[in-house]
Design a protein around this ligand. Structure first.
Ligand code: DAK
Length: 255
């Protein structure tokens, strides 16, 4: 049984964290497996998108593995932290759209894993929390940085210092996820998303992601200049011509 199950449809890869007996809690082995799955995806020019989800109906990821973490020495904790940092960086910098399908508990490192994706969909049984302070630690998978960027510093402080759990609808209200679907709609949602990501211009999707991500760290004028450059570059390849020709010829574009 593989810790990361990988399936694929039309260039859209679904990665499923597969450790349901521990509610997909992130131990070193699972983090390393995720990192290497992402590393092999990085190299693929034909990749259109990545969907990340958890095995079973109960949990996306119930956090870092507490049993494994408890007895770590500081050196081991640093090694673990580095492995995690590398895996999450790989996820965040994948050039294609990445979507977390949060299908149950997303606690601690699980919530942070969903934040390392571009955006998230929750099923209606999902719960989110950053309960680390209750364990005597602070979030270590980027929660103190990515959460405030997603939901604002006040809401991030609320969630991190209280450790309270919020349900899918509150997660939607605060902007932690973009959509909530019922558990029954999960497969149809995946199919629809796969269709959308596989029929759009792959280079255009990559350039749009790059403009948004890189633009966040720039002043507005520089960010707009980046957009202009990427827009113009889009006219150097086949993709723009095919997309526009298909519209004018009343047919579906073939990218
Ligand atoms: N770690 C290890 N095992 C876990 C786990 C976890 N986080 N969560 C659940 N499990 C295991 C349970 O121990 C149980 O195992 P058995 O007893 O069957 O062997 C099995 O999964 C089923 O869980 P429960 O029996 O507890 O199931 P319930 O439905 O009763 O409760 C629950 C579900 C999700 C409410 C509960 O399991 C729970 O509260 N789990 C812990 C949630 C939590 O506190 N998560 C945050 C962990 S702290 C770092 C980066 C990040 C982090 C740390 C360092 N660095 C970069 C260094 C992140 C920290 C965290 O995520």
């Amino acid at each position: 049984m593989s810790l990361i199950e990988q399936t694929e449809n039309a260039g859209v890869v679904q990665l499923t964290l597969n450790r349901p007996e521990a509610l997909n809690a992130l131990n070193s082995e699972l983090i390393v497996a995720l990192g290497s799955a992402l590393e092999s995806l990085e190299a693929r020019d034909d990749l259109r998108g990545v969907l990340l989800t958890g095995a079973g109906e109960k949990a996306f990821v119930a956090g870092a593995d507490i049993a494994e973490m408890r007895d770590k020495t500081p050196e081991q904790a640093r090694y673990f932290a580095n492995q995690a940092l590398v895996a999450l960086k790989r996820l965040e910098t994948l050039p294609v759209p990445t979507v977390a399908l949060v299908n149950g508990y997303a606690l601690g490192g699980g919530c942070e894993l969903s934040l390392a994706c571009d955006w998230a969909i929750a099923t209606d049984n999902a719960f989110f929390a950053q309960p680390e302070v209750g364990l005597g630690i602070i979030p270590g998978f980027g929660g103190t940085q990515r959460l405030p960027r997603r939901v604002g510093p006040a809401m991030a402080l609320d969630l991190i210092t209280t450790g309270r759990r919020i349900d899918a609808n509150e997660a939607l209200r605060v902007g932690l996820v973009n959509r909530v679907v019922s558990l029954d709609e999960r497969d149809a949602t995946i199919d629809e998303l796969t269709k959308q990501l596989s029929r759009n211009g792959p280079n255009a999707m990559r350039d749009a992601k790059r403009a948004i991500h890189d633009g966040q760290d720039l002043a507005l004028d520089s960010a707009l200049a980046l957009e202009t450059t990427l827009f113009a570059l889009g006219f150097t390849g086949e993709e723009q011509r095919e997309g526009m020709s298909a519209f004018l010829e009343k047919r579906k574009a073939s990218f």
